[in-house]
Design a binder for this molecule. Structure first.
Ligand code: ZN
Length: 251
């Protein structure tokens, strides 16, 4: 089995379709989505429908909850809040009902994985940006590996089996990381596949990963998509200009 791992689509259908197209060429059997299907981008209902069609496991993220009114958005920045309000107006009853059912965390997926949107400790809102935060989270899941999204930055946090030290590793692209071997050696990882619809690591290309269960490897990918098309749709929807502009810088 090959699992396509995606996160933080943020209603960017053009980016999602580009990812699915390239992943199709690589080959995958199932899709896991780590949350934030909506928020920021111009195509919330279309993205919900697409994820619903392709993904076997889907988590809720903070923006999904915000769009449902399940989260206090007073600490969102003004542009994010404006996008949440716009998304709330757009969401169909069908999309809303689907998002309502999504869990923010799932344990024991394909034996090796726990899945959470933000972190295993606080699945909806905690950002794992630093190794120190990652270190505090390893006691909050049982499996060797935890997949997270939320920061929009592709990264692996590795806990050393000997001394417990945690370090951040930047994944090489299209290189099969020997995940099963790492698990056999007692290495534990918190793995972020990056963001499909709003990357924030300075690379505007959509990010995703594929786990090959047979080979026991994980590979990261980036795919360029038509950013200008998404931006045009955002401007037509009247979404904030700062959110439109950031897509071309990947921040
Ligand atoms: Zn997000």
């Amino acid at each position: 089995m090959r699992y396509l791992i995606i996160s933080d689509i943020h209603a960017n259908l053009v980016a999602l379709e580009a990812v699915l197209g390239v992943a199709e060429v690589q080959g995958f059997d199932e899709v896991w989505c780590l949350g934030d299907i909506v928020g920021y981008g111009p195509d919330p209902n279309e993205c919900v429908a697409a994820v619903r069609e392709v993904a076997s496991i889907v988590l809720a993220g903070n923006h999904d909850w915000a769009a449902l009114g399940k989260l206090d958005v007073s600490d969102f920045n003004p542009e994010a809040r404006q996008a949440v309000e716009w998304t709330q107006e757009q969401l169909s009853d069908e999309s809303r009902a689907y998002l309502e059912e999504l869990p923010p965390r799932l344990d024991q997926v394909a034996e090796l994985f726990t899945l959470a949107h933000g972190s295993p400790r606080h699945p909806i809102w905690e950002y794992i940006v630093y190794p120190s935060t990652a270190a505090e989270n390893f006691d909050h899941f049982e499996t060797p590996f935890c997949l997270v999204g939320h920061t929009h930055q592709p990264v692996l946090f590795r806990r050393d089996p000997e001394d417990g030290a945690v370090q951040a590793l930047m994944p090489a692209l299209e290189y099969p990381l020997p995940l099963r071997r790492a698990a056999e050696q007692g290495v534990r990882l918190i793995i972020n596949p990056g963001s499909v619809g709003q990357p924030r690591d300075g690379d505007p290309r959509a990010s995703f990963a594929i786990y090959d269960a047979e080979a026991g490897t994980l590979s990261y990918y980036r795919v360029a998509y038509d950013v200008a098309e998404t931006q045009a749709r955002m401007r037509a929807a009247g979404l904030p200009e700062r959110l439109v502009a950031r897509l071309e810088y990947g921040w």
